[in-house]
Design a binder for this molecule. Structure first.
Ligand code: SF4
Length: 59
């Protein structure tokens, strides 16, 4: 499983960073996804909750 992020689609609501900061974070001001920072289940939940659809799961 891999998480992708579409910068153009993201509305920067911050839900992902707020709800799962061990995966969705900023490094040097750049949005970064740490793929192994949480369980698949936790990551899937946050991806589902992304209001813009910018986050997607690739199996
Ligand atoms: S939850 Fe979705 S729309 Fe909100 S900041 Fe994260 S990727 Fe962007």
């Amino acid at each position: 499983m891999r998480v992708t992020w579409d910068e153009k689609t993201c509305i920067h609501s911050g839900e992902c960073i707020h709800n799962l900061p061990s995966v969705f974070t900023k490094v040097d001001g750049k949005f970064t996804i740490i793929q192994d920072g949480a369980t698949e289940e936790e990551i899937r939940k946050v991806v589902k909750g992304c209001p813009s659809g910018a986050l997607k799961i690739q199996e």
